[in-house]
Design a protein around this ligand. Structure first.
Ligand SMILES: [Zn+2]
Length: 452
């Protein structure tokens, strides 16, 4: 459970993407803390259909003291409100009443509440929060329950989403907002079953006898980890190696499908391999280590992770593209998530697009203003208009910049300058202006910030 040493060097730097303190109704302020490490143990018992978890979060309070805001979408009623629903709670080894870490509205909009610790912490200290809780269907829009497979099997997928608040790691394990990088370890223990299972992940999984210890690197944020557990007799798995531009060592491409999903996994693998090769050539280096992990799911599923996806066959191209835009450069905060959905919709043949890809159509400044970048610093969703109005904006930008090839080159330069890092709406605007010499400000104001 070694902590990446980079965190120690970065811990002293203020985080430019951390949201400001939010006033609480009863007085005081909720603050975003700097999470260094999250370690969770998840216990799955197919025989009873019950699951429990314990988690430990190590964090530092920044230059402003206050009440730490993190999130966990377990133990809550359907509305995401109510009491804390936790079995146990400790801060720095001292027991607290579980009700001392309950959801609070910080102004981020419907569903965006965070759990705020009812303890005032001074600036600068390091702390350890320990939590125990029953694990069930997360209280967040669109979240799915653990899928028990008879009395001896389980299918569990983190199944994240950008579209609704609370749909990242915090569904299952305590986590900060998505600007914060931290080392993550998830131990999965399978109880009272001899049926072999597999774990499919973009982390490093070590067998433990009763399950796995899965380690995710420090560069990950709450939207990065992919983790699926499934009975081994319910999946097909393949592995091949491919060569990518700018990468001396081959990249492992690991593909899995549920046997009840009727697709040709070898054909999916070939498609993914060709997209990976062309994306590395066109946009720049692969930043996700030694493997790409693909889990082909039934209709309706499509989610990107760092160098990984769980997706229906028709969504694979879109989700693989996100390993460059969305997870190769990650949104600096949830409000910046529109960029990768708009750009991916413009640049791929996804079924979600209304227009063919690579559009370059004039976009007048008299259209209806659109908010793609939610302004509140504690907002936590990507507007659905990102896929449509956002893709249309990129078509207009392509026209302004002289054509689709020019826009692709501009975005490749932006990717290369930020590969592996966090990117913001303001940063992209500055880059496109500087790269092209075109004042895109009026389009940005109207079709990103919704100002008429
Ligand atoms: Zn997407």
């Amino acid at each position: 459970m070694a902590l990446d040493h980079a965190k120690g060097r970065l811990a002293a730097m203020p985080d430019p993407y951390s949201p400001p303190p939010a006033p609480l109704p009863g007085g005081g302020h909720a603050i975003a803390v700097d999470v260094e490490e999250v370690s969770a143990k998840v216990r799955l018992e197919p025989g009873t259909g019950e699951a429990t978890a314990t988690a430990e979060v190590r964090f530092t309070v920044g230059s402003l003291g206050g009440r730490p805001a993190l999130d966990l979408r377990q133990g809550l009623d359907g509305s995401g409100q109510g009491s804390s629903g936790l079995d146990s709670l400790r801060l720095d080894g001292r027991p607290l009443a579980p009700s001392a870490w309950a959801p609070a509205d910080l102004g981020g909009g419907p569903g965006a509440q965070m759990r705020v610790l009812d303890v005032e912490l001074p600036a600068g200290g390091r702390h350890r929060l320990e939590v125990g809780y029953p694990l069930a269907q997360p209280s967040a829009q669109g979240a799915l329950p653990i899928d028990w497979r008879g009395r001896d099997g389980v299918r569990w997928d983190l199944w994240m989403s950008d579209l609704h608040p609370g749909r990242y790691l915090e569904m299952w394990v305590p986590a900060p907002l998505c600007h914060d990088r931290f080392a993550l370890r998830v131990d999965v223990e399978l109880v009272s079953t001899d049926r072999p299972h597999v774990v499919v992940t973009n982390g490093r999984a070590e067998p433990t006898g009763s399950g796995w210890a899965v380690h995710f690197p420090y560069r990950f944020t709450s939207l990065s980890p992919m983790l699926v557990v499934a009975p081994a007799d319910e999946v097909e798995q393949r592995q091949t190696e491919i060569t990518l531009a700018g990468r001396p060592a081959p990249l492992a491409l690991r593909s899995t499908r549920h046997l009840d999903v009727d697709v040709d996994l070898e054909a999916c693998e070939a498609d993914v391999a060709s997209w990976l090769v062309s994306l590395a050539q066109r946009y720049g280096p692969w930043v996700h280590g030694d493997a790409m992990t693909v889990f082909v799911w039934g209709p309706g599923r499509g989610m990107e992770y760092d160098g990984a996806t769980t997706a229906a066959e028709g969504a694979l191209e879109h989700e693989v593209f996100h390993s460059w835009f969305g997870r190769g450069v990650k949104p600096a905060c949830a409000g910046d998530g529109w960029i990768d959905e708009a750009w991916t919709s413009w640049a791929t043949s996804t079924r979600r697009s209304e227009e063919p890809r690579y559009g370059a159509e004039p976009l007048d400044l008299d259209g209806e203003p659109v908010v793609l970048r939610p302004p509140h610093p504690w907002a936590r969703f990507t507007p659905g208009a990102s896929y449509t109005a956002g893709a249309r904006l990129f078509s207009g930008l392509a026209h302004l910049l002289g054509g689709a090839p020019q826009l692709r080159s501009a975005m490749a330069a932006w990717y290369r300058a930020n590969a592996g890092g966090l990117v913001s709406t303001d940063g992209l605007e500055s880059h496109l202006r500087a790269w092209s010499g075109v004042d895109i400000g009026p389009w940005w104001q109207r079709y990103v910030h919704g100002q008429g």
